[in-house]
Design a protein around this ligand. Structure first.
Ligand code: KG4
Ligand code: ZN
Length: 331
């Protein structure tokens, strides 16, 4: 089954043709980052407008990439949420219109299920059940994937998402948007013990996260040092902040593995592109004999192939509402 999938929840317009949830036949991503960079973050109205300007040509280019035709498309999928409501509406409207015109099923897909499914595209042997850490710009979830489309949420963030914390701290450090990759790059040269930052674990045994205290502590340390004319080297700040986030993400994931007895773990979402996180999680998994999967970088950040994969499993195992599909901002 070949699904034409559209992703437009934030600042990437993306289209892909995905076969049986596992094979990428064609894909295109048009990033808006260069435009939003000027404002230091994503401007929702601009994101929606750029999606409108880009989406039709991108669908044509995706099909042209493999000389696919409309006859090759068995179903159309688009991200339903969570995301920016105006941005989601563009992809949803394009997808629903196309499905109607082609007389094919329309599959509304969940963005977070998409992030989880990115690993199905990268790792043919991966099958549920497994434990999954999803860390993106808007969400932080530790969950158990019990079977295709069946999830049990074990923990989530009380406040900032992991990626959001990276971006906010990077912004105060004067680094361009998005800050996560910048902190990742700089941290390699820095001393991770240079700045003393908290590891917020919440109550004993909790698998939830809270990054806002860490973010405030990092910002205070940075500002106090600047005011005293003893600025912290950017590399040291980046390394210390990144280490504090990684320690919590790795510790909680290992706690969740112990609690659920799952020995297969997946990592996904934009922050899973982080080199330090990949290395630290791999080390923790190796020490315990767990198997770790994470996608290649291009499938960590937002893309439409992951939406095509999630949509396939939803079509096979879930329920599909056939009309009145509106943006849905929850998980
Ligand atoms: O999954 P994603 O593309 O979009 C959302 O669904 O939010 O994630 C974007 C987030 C941004 O906060 C970005 O700074 C972060 O992922 N990110 C990283 C890295 N690459 C992207 N964070 C840390 N290290 C990276 N290498
Ligand atoms: Zn995302």
């Amino acid at each position: 089954m070949k699904i034409l999938a559209i992703e437009s929840s934030c600042d990437e317009t993306a289209v892909a043709l995905v076969k049986d949830g596992r094979h990428i036949l064609a894909e295109q991503v048009a990033s808006q980052i260069a435009v939003h960079k000027t404002y230091g973050g994503v401007v929702p109205e601009i994101a929606s407008r750029l999606h409108v300007e880009t989406i039709s040509a991108l669908i044509d280019e995706t099909l042209a990439q493999g000389q696919w035709t409309w006859q090759d498309v068995d179903a159309v999928a688009a991200t339903r949420g969570p995301g920016l409501v105006g941005a989601l509406l563009v992809g949803l409207t394009a997808g629903k219109t196309l499905a109607y015109a082609l007389d094919k099923p329309f599959i509304p897909a969940n963005h977070m299920e998409g992030h989880i499914a990115a690993n199905y595209l990268a790792h043919p042997q991966l099958e549920p059940p497994f434990l999954s850490l999803v860390v993106s710009g808007g969400h932080t979830y530790l969950l158990e994937v019990k079977s295709y489309g069946a999830y049990a949420i074990l923990g989530q963030t009380y406040d900032d998402a992991a990626g959001e914390a990276f971006d906010k701290v990077a912004r105060v450090m004067g680094l361009p948007y998005p800050g996560g990759p910048q902190i990742d790059r700089l941290s390699v040269e820095g001393n991770a013990t240079a700045v003393d930052l908290p590891r917020v674990m919440l109550e004993k045994g909790s698998l939830d996260f809270s990054f806002s205290g860490l973010k405030t502590a990092a910002l205070n340390a940075w500002n106090h040092a600047s005011q005293k004319n003893t600025p912290i080297p950017v590399e040291d700040m980046a390394a210390s902040f990144q280490q504090a986030i990684l320690d919590v993400l790795v510790d909680k994931t290992m706690m969740a593995a112990e609690k659920t007895k799952r020995r297969v773990i997946t990592l996904s979402g934009g922050v899973s592109a982080n080199e330090g996180l990949r290395r630290a999680m791999q080390k923790a998994c190796d020490e315990r004999g767990y198997t770790l999967y994470y996608p290649p970088r291009a499938l960590c950040t937002d893309n439409a192939a992951m939406i095509g994969s999630a949509a396939y499993y939803q079509y096979r195992y879930g329920s599909i509402e056939d009309d009145g599909v509106d943006p849905n901002l929850g998980l």
